[in-house]
Design a binder for this molecule. Structure first.
Ligand code: NDP
Length: 362
């Protein structure tokens, strides 16, 4: 038996109200079962929305782990190490690293027993870290597919076209910057102002180091001067902005739309400000802009092979040193924890202005 701990919930609410630590044991694997040990699992905004009950994909609640009430394990992605395999397991063995095939499998736990069919084996873990593997399937895949699938590649003349994005300091935003740099697309990135100008400049510098072409603050985006700034940046308007990526909503989203070239796409994938996206009619009538949405969970379930190819390509870039780690705050599963520190970390996920994304490490 393996002694295991998991963060579970039986009803929706704020993490600090509903998440609790559950201890249980895991037996030796049978058949196609695989026993796993956590390496690294991130705390993504969607994980919190799911616990709050405001996320469209709801986990199924059951008593499989011996909880008093039917419950679900929180967390949707992570890297795990195989510690034992059932006799019918064919594609993975002890010591391999795996990630989840789908979201909703529950990753905020020290150990798990899952069926081989629900896991993706990392073909080659050389020169990869648990962090890089544990966060690959949500943020980088979202960034990769949005830039690849909503850019009109026939129009793209290498290096002369732009995309614009808000939430540029997010995990997705940082991935967008680096992928666009690889694919010769210039990026105009919007961040939120920090409490001091020095901190804002430091963050701008940080994103420029990743390969951002330009970084502006939300107040610069919303100022009357922004069109002129864009005109200058884009070689007096000769380099069109063909794609906008929006994870904020509200005025920020409308401001992105206003600088797009005709027929371009604005893809909404998040709603951090909780404000609706308002579309000025003129942009639809005169510019025929296209407004899309993207949801990686749905996309991944539909395109399983392409998802694995996408992940492989991101790992290739990581190994080549072309894809830098996001800033993180590690949260260790200490052996004596009663879960308070883990739940507190979950509660802090949506606070914003954080030095890095929370990552559970075992
Ligand atoms: P991170 O946890 O890495 O970062 C969150 C970002 O949100 C930070 O950069 C933060 O800005 C910003 N933010 C927080 N509150 C606000 C606000 N009120 N106004 C503007 N910005 C704010 O996030 P992820 O990269 O994991 O996710 C970013 C967004 O993308 C989320 O909305 C998430 O749900 C969504 N997402 C959607 C996916 C999809 O398939 N549709 C997949 C992956 C993510 P700051 O740095 O200034 O604190």
């Amino acid at each position: 038996y393996t002694q295991a701990k998991a963060l579970v919930y039986s009803k929706y609410g704020e993490p600090k109200e509903v998440l609790r630590l559950h201890k249980h044991s895991i037996s030796a694997p049978h058949g196609t079962q695989v026993n796993l040990r956590l390496l690294a699992a991130p705390l993504n905004p969607a994980d919190i929305n799911q616990i709050q009950g405001v996320y469209p994909s709801k986990p199924s609640l059951d008593t499989a782990l011996g909880t008093p009430e039917p419950s679900a394990v929180a967390g949707n992605e992570g890297a795990f190490e195989v510690i034992a395999t059932g006799s019918d397991v064919k594609t993975m063995s002890k010591g391999d690293w795996v990630i989840m095939k789908r979201t909703g499998q529950g990753t905020w736990r020290t150990h798990a027993q899952m069926d081989e069919s629900k896991l993706i084996r990392v073909d080659d873990k050389s020169r990869l870290t648990p962090l890089q593997v544990g966060i690959v399937s949500v943020n980088p895949v979202t960034a990769y597919r949005m830039v690849k699938d909503f850019c009109d590649w026939d129009w793209l003349r290498s290096g002369e076209e732009w995309l614009v994005q808000n939430g540029a300091n997010s995990g997705v935003g940082r991935a967008v910057i680096q992928l666009a740099r690889e694919w010769n697309i210039k990026t105009l990135n919007v961040i939120r102002e920090r409490s001091s100008p020095d901190d804002t400049d430091a963050l701008k510098g940080n994103l420029l180091d990743l390969g951002a072409t330009a970084v502006v603050t939300e107040s610069e985006l919303l100022s009357g001067n922004f069109r002129r700034v864009v005109h200058e940046l884009t070689n007096k308007g000769r380099e069109p902005i063909r794609l906008a990526l929006n994870c904020v909503g509200g005025e920020s989203a409308s401001a992105l739309a206003k600088v797009l070239a005709p027929e371009s796409h604005l893809v909404t994938y998040g709603a951090m400000s909780k404000q609706p996206v308002v579309l000025p009619s003129g942009l639809l009538i005169f510019k025929n802009l296209v407004f899309d949405g993207f949801w990686v969970s749905k996309w991944g379930d539909k395109h399983t092979a392409l998802k694995e190819d996408t992940i492989r390509d991101v790992f290739r870039l990581v190994r080549d040193g072309k894809f830098k780690d996001i800033p993180v705050q590690e949260i260790k599963w200490r052996s004596g924890t009663d879960g308070t520190d883990l739940v507190e970390a979950a509660q802090g996920t949506l606070r914003g202005f954080r030095p890095g994304k929370g990552i559970f490490i075992f």
